[in-house]
Every structure is written in C-alpha cells, then in structure tokens.
Ligand binder design. Sequence first.
Ligand code: C5P
Length: 222
Amino acid sequence: FENGRLSGLRLLITAGPTQENIDPVRYITNHSSGKMGFALAEAAAEAGAQVTLVTGPVFLPTPDRVQRIDVVSARDMLAACEAAMPCDLLIAAAAVADYRPEVVAPHKLKKDPTTGDGLLLQMVRNPDILATLAARPDRPFCVGFAAETENLLDYAMRKLRDKNLDLIVANDVANPSIGFNSEENAVSVIDRQQHVTRFGQASKGHIARALVAFIADRYRQA
Ligand code: C5P
C-alpha cells in the first residue's frame, strides 16, 4: 500500500447512523456501527490525505490525524458537511435516516387511551447529503455506498446515476457475515461505465485500504 498517495488532498467522509428525535427521550436510528467509514478515514489519513470525518453517534475511537465532527441528525450532518466544503473527494459511508418525524414532541409522548393500541407517527424526507454535495458547482469527486438486501448491483447503478456519483460501493447487507456491524466486508465498486470491481471478503481495515487505493487511482484519472 503506497503511502502518500493522497498527499495534499482534502477528503470528507461521512460515517455512522443518524438519530432522528421523536421526543426528548426517544429516537429513530439504524444498525450502522460506523466501522467502515472510520476504517476509510484511517486508511485515507495513512495515505496522506487531510481527512474530515463527519459522524453520527458511534462508539469508536478517532483515527490518528483525522479531524472528527460529531453530529446527531441528518440535517446536522448536512450542515457539518457543507461547512467542511470545499474538498477534493467525498466518501459518503453514513447510513443516513431517509425520514425523520415531522415534529419533535416537546415533552415525552404519553400512551393515549383514546387511540387503542396504535400510534401513527408522521414522517418527512431528510435531505440527501451525498446528492446535495454532488450537485454543487464545487462538486468533489463523489463516492457513495449502496447497502442493499436484494438486486444489489441494479440498485447501486441506479443510485450512481440518480445521485450523479463517480463511483458507488455496493455491499450486500442481507449477508450477516459482512456489512452492518460486522468486522468484515465484501464489496463491489461500480463506475460510470458500469465496470464492476470486486473486493472479496476481508476485514474492514483491509477493504478500506484497498478502496482508498482504488479511489485515489480513479480520482487521478478523472
Ligand atoms: O439512497 P440510499 O440511502 O441507499 O443511498 C446511500 C448513499 O447515499 C450512501 O452513500 C449514503 O451515505 C448516502 N446518503 C446521504 N444522505 C441521505 C441518504 C443517503 O448522503 N439522506
């Protein structure tokens, strides 16, 4: 692994889940551990990049020489990313909540005896952080992730196009030995020409170093 491959480049990496509050004591989130994003940040810093890591709530130590910014919600994450712009490369590894409760109740919600056993929570769409940054005039080289449980490559290619990305990393989260919260991963990277490059099952650290090297090469060619 060639050190210094990313010297002088500014990398913005998003990681972890987001938390969307329902009331002062409850929230909606997902199973993202942040491990893949943190491993990417560590590998990119090792490769000489100046790394800003914007992360949702996770239980992970900050990698050496990485500037970490902690956020909670998707809207906080977008604001932190916009404040960290401009950058040369963006790797969006965060599992951002697609929806948030439309209103955050100011007090703890109580069980309502008039509505029987049900509770309806009105949700609204969160901003798409990756698509928003990829649409800017100072757009960085954009790498997204697609975590899917079915039709992995089809959905990933659609995302690459819809969000206007340079590369997308597809991982199969239906397989419990890889993906969310596991120590290992196996991914396929798809480019705009629909070429697929496979990275076989390995530790997230190994996958991260291989991905960073691949992304650096593609960035240099772009
Ligand atoms: O559309 P989907 O959530 O599957 O897209 C996944 C990719 O988009 C990931 O790279 C994720 O970090 C990014 N994303 C984002 N903001 C959102 C939703 C997804 O940056 N609101």
